[in-house]
Design a protein around this ligand. Structure first.
Ligand SMILES: Cc1cc2nc3c(=O)[nH]c(=O)nc-3n(C[C@H](O)[C@H](O)[C@H](O)COP(=O)(O)O)c2cc1C
Length: 289
């Protein structure tokens, strides 16, 4: 007990010092942030475009007068492209990727160049940015073993997941560093993350290297994974057990830099059927000829 207290008093957490810079911000609100509202323009009609009869629409229209700034990607530095693209394409979901090296060293790393590619066949993509300084363990491991798991990061353990982005030598075990728990997978050797409410067991389906200069080394590897098993905690499933309830999953996504985002307000916008709208569409097309 005494030694525990002493540790708390005298051994400062090596990662907590970074948190001091957030001291002026409001504390994290643990209440679920997800809630459904009406859509922005419930009365939107065919051909309405940007509605300018609301404050939101008016302001958006007014912003047009400020014009555009345009970048030519041929003359933009890699760093600037990274900052532009990762701030413009947001929020990005995050794959928390578990792999094993050929020598069975486990590895965990977050990747936000990530999405589902297809459900038929069930495919997902992660994209690995390569540095000449150090090979990316995730890439090396997936190429060596052809297997990985993707785990979804939820608010309660975002710091533990984030520490796994540390650029450590390949012998460092991020499971130990993060304190997260490996749970055996069903069909692949890399473990799944027990703290994640969603685990996707994957086999390597395709790997494509990209170069930025025709004779240069690969700068990016796109990995497509075939999802073999999907594990979802009962606690985050909807009542009919067919979908995941976003308010229970509490996923985090990535913005630019060190910023993460959680779900806020959501709204439904209906998908319309051609059959139901055919006459109205034809009428408006005729009117606007
Ligand atoms: C939230 C987050 C998302 C990231 N997304 C990517 C990504 O999509 N691709 C990538 O190559 N690195 C990404 N990184 C950086 C890697 O996690 C980092 O380079 C890590 O050290 C790679 O580990 P590995 O060498 O064990 O594969 C991300 C880091 C964070 C914190």
């Amino acid at each position: 007990m005494l030694s525990c207290l002493r540790n708390r008093l005298f051994v400062r957490s090596p990662v907590a010092s970074f948190s001091a810079s957030y001291a002026s911000r409001p504390s994290f609100n643990p209440t679920p942030s997800f809630k459904l509202t009406e859509p922005p323009t419930p009365g939107w009609n065919l051909g309405d475009g940007l509605p300018t009869d609301s404050t939101l629409g008016k302001r958006w229209k007014q912003d047009e007068t400020q014009g555009w700034k345009t970048w030519d990607t041929n003359t933009t530095t890699g760093r600037d492209l990274y900052r532009l693209l990762t701030s413009a394409v947001v929020p990005r979901p995050i794959a928390f990727v578990s792999t094993l090296s050929a020598d069975h060293v486990p590895n965990l790393a977050p990747m936000s160049y990530f999405n589902v590619v297809s459900h038929n066949p069930p495919l997902l993509s992660i994209s690995l940015s390569l540095s000449p300084r150090k090979p990316k363990d995730t890439r090396e491991n997936i190429h060596a073993t052809k297997e990985f798991t993707v785990n979804i990061i939820s608010e309660p353990f975002v710091e533990a997941a984030n520490i796994c982005s540390i650029e450590a030598p390949s012998e460092v075990d991020e499971w130990v560093v993060s304190g997260l728990t490996p749970e055996p997978s069903v069909s692949v050797k890399p473990a799944r993350v027990k703290e994640s409410a969603v685990n996707l067991e994957c086999e390597l389906y395709k790997s494509i290297d990209f170069v930025s200069e025709s004779d240069g080394p690969p700068t990016t590897t796109l990995v497509i994974g075939l999802i073999k098993h999907i594990h979802i905690r009962n606690a985050v499933l909807t009542e009919d057990q067919k979908t995941v309830d976003p308010s229970k999953l509490r996923p985090v996504a990535r913005l630019e830099g060190n910023s993460f985002v959680r779900l806020g307000e959501a709204f439904d916008v209906p998908r319309h059927s051609w059959k139901a709208l055919k006459d109205s569409v034809e009428k408006i097309m005729e009117e606007r000829k």
